[in-house]
Design a protein around this ligand. Structure first.
Ligand code: PMP
Length: 391
């Protein structure tokens, strides 16, 4: 027996999948042409699954800011935020995020994954309880596990189920953190945030919302679902990422609780990893400025989302329950989803193929995400490719 024996099952599953869609395991983006186009495996593709919601990864001002920071401050900080890795750019970005969200404090992390790991593992520990939506992202589950709190799942987007479970806890008089997302990453559905806030307030719990996919996408100023739903004051902690609307990589948490700052000293995922490179911080600061002032990008994003959703709906595909920039079609059958995905690839459209166990209900998904950067011609091309493959 070796340590690799446990991989045999994985290897068999991979081999079986490879028979249906060999391309799936060998996707390499060989050349990036723009925020919405690339050469993938030798073919020119429109990228329609990239989470680049505002198309800012190729924004000229963001690129210039990144280049200038690299020239002036180097390619990396080579240190943790707690040691030599806090540069003036990190502090400035934290201030700008706090101002944008109208919150007292912000912590910037090296990725969104680390932000969830850091916050959840530090805020709630043994003897305390996390109540999380069952469809929450893997980084939320991993953060819960790292902290050692008791973890209870409530049914996806079901505030009544949350209330039932909170009610059962009440006699234990314990600290409870409720966790939900803004837009859910697989089907693009919104959390019923006003209902969740009402329940958390009734029971005196705390609430964290991961706005990874809703920052820049929802709300008049792009602050996410809490802004759109008018319940920002009811959300204790907002977590997010720089890797989607902001076109870079990194994560953050904003809060009005003055104790937020103390998390820095207690959080292993904050202390024991290098801080973001100066170029990342500089491009993110510029992107945040654009996100918060150029609402026309959000309008273009939603025009594209409405177009693709209505086109796929007319084709009779089984979509998520509401329009959003994440548009996912569900398939029951693995062979069928592979064939559809390959058909789109052949027509120059790259979307995400998501398979169990990463999907919410064990079904296979073709997950598209649109961008403000998609031109009308690119949107026509994507819609036409879906029409042809659906036949
Ligand atoms: N939270 C959610 C809801 C996500 O979808 C993701 C990434 N897909 C993350 C956190 C992690 O973000 P990052 O890519 O910045 O690590």
């Amino acid at each position: 027996m070796t340590i690799f024996d446990k991989f045999q099952q994985l290897a068999a599953a991979r081999q079986q999948l490879e028979q249906h869609a060999s391309d799936f395991f060998n996707v390499v983006v060989e050349e990036i042409i723009s925020g919405t186009e690339a050469i993938v495996n030798g073919r020119r593709m429109i990228l329609a699954g990239s989470n680049n919601y505002l198309g800012l990864s190729f924004n000229a001002d963001c690129i210039e800011a990144a280049c200038q920071a690299a020239r002036e401050e180097g390619t990396g900080t080579t240190g943790s935020r707690m040691a030599n890795g806090t540069f003036s750019g990190h502090v400035a970005l934290e201030k700008e995020l706090a101002e944008y969200f109208n919150r007292r404090g912000t912590i910037v992390f090296s990725t969104g994954y680390i932000a969830n790991l850091a916050m959840l593992s530090t805020l709630v520990g043994p003897g305390e309880v996390i109540l999380l939506d069952a469809d929450c992202h893997a980084s939320i589950y991993d953060g819960c596990r790292l902290g050692g709190a008791e973890v209870i799942r409530f049914r996806h987007n079901d505030a009544a189920d949350l209330e039932k479970r909170l009610g059962r806890l009440e006699q234990r008089n314990t600290n409870v953190l409720v966790v939900a997302e803004g837009l859910y990453s697989m089907l693009g559905d919104r959390a019923p945030l006003a209902d969740i806030v009402a329940v958390k307030q009734k029971y005196g719990a705390y609430l964290m919302v991961d706005e990874a996919h809703s920052l820049g996408v929802l709300g008049e100023n792009g602050r996410g679902l809490a802004e759109e739903a008018g319940v920002e004051e009811g959300v204790d902690f907002v977590v997010g990422t720089f890797s989607k609307s902001l076109g870079a990589i990194g994560g953050f948490c904003v809060s009005n609780h003055p104790e937020l700052n103390l998390v820095r000293y207690a959080s292993r995922p904050y202390v024991f990893t290098a801080s973001s490179s100066p170029s990342i911080i500089a491009s993110t600061r510029k992107a945040l400025q654009i996100l918060s002032t150029q609402s026309q990008l959000r309008q273009r994003l939603w025009d594209n989302a409405n177009l693709l959703y209505s086109t796929l709906q007319e084709l009779g595909l089984a979509l998520g329950p509401e329009v959003s920039p994440i548009i996912a079609a569900r398939f029951e059958d693995m062979q069928e989803v592979f064939a559809f995905w390959s058909g789109l690839l052949q027509r120059g459209v790259y979307v995400n193929l998501v398979l169990p166990p990463a999907t919410p209900d064990g079904r296979c998904l073709l997950r598209c995400s649109v961008s403000a950067g998609h031109t009308p011609e690119q949107m026509d091309h994507i819609c036409q490719a879906f029409r042809e493959v659906k036949g």
